[in-house]
Write a protein that binds this ligand. Structure first.
Ligand code: FES
Length: 172
């Protein structure tokens, strides 16, 4: 009950005195230790990604996959889709102005942000770090992405759009 009186130091504080300055001070050695730990964790993560891509490559896409009807995507528009039965990678289908179709993985090759087609500048944009890709080839035009966007071949059959692995047939 005495603890509630103003100005009186509670018992527990006098039993366990804490020097606030000491408690919040981080020495250079501690800082270096945490920095080393953080860098080591990042390096391990990167190593795991490299090992996964070397020893467990993603399976090649097999066969043709229906995406949508041609009429569903007007010229200049983008359509996002996934392919059932494959690792969940979102893709984008782009209906270019000259009535050509392109399909790419939607994951930016820099840090995997979702890219989008911008008809006003006729480029694929990654909004995270302003990376830009060519909407016809997937090549990097500007910014930090290190590789082109992986592309799928587009097949148009009787008003329907299908995609398949790009090297199975020349894209439209
Ligand atoms: S994640 Fe796309 S530019 Fe960085």
């Amino acid at each position: 009950m005495d603890e509630k009186k103003p100005g009186k130091i509670p018992n527990w504080k006098s039993d366990f005195p804490i020097d606030k300055k000491k408690a919040t001070h981080v020495s250079r050695r501690e800082f270096a230790k945490y920095l080393g730990l953080f860098s080591g964790t990042l390096a391990l993560g990167n190593g795991a990604i490299v090992i996964k891509s070397l020893y467990f490559p993603e399976e090649e896409l097999k066969g043709e996959h229906f995406v949508c009807n041609q009429a569903d995507v007007p010229v200049g528009e983008m359509f996002q889709f996934e392919i059932e039965g494959t690792a969940v990678v979102p893709y984008i289908l782009i209906h270019l102005e000259d009535n050509e179709w392109r399909a790419f993985e939607q994951k930016c090759t820099h840090l995997a942000c979702a890219v989008r087609y911008r008809a006003d500048i006729d480029k694929i944009e990654c909004p995270c770090h302003k990376g830009y890709f060519n909407p016809r080839t997937g090549d990097v035009l500007q910014g930090p992405p290190p590789r082109p966007l992986p592309q799928l071949a587009v097949v148009v059959k009787e008003g329907q759009i299908y995609v398949k692995a790009k090297d199975q047939e020349k894209f439209i």
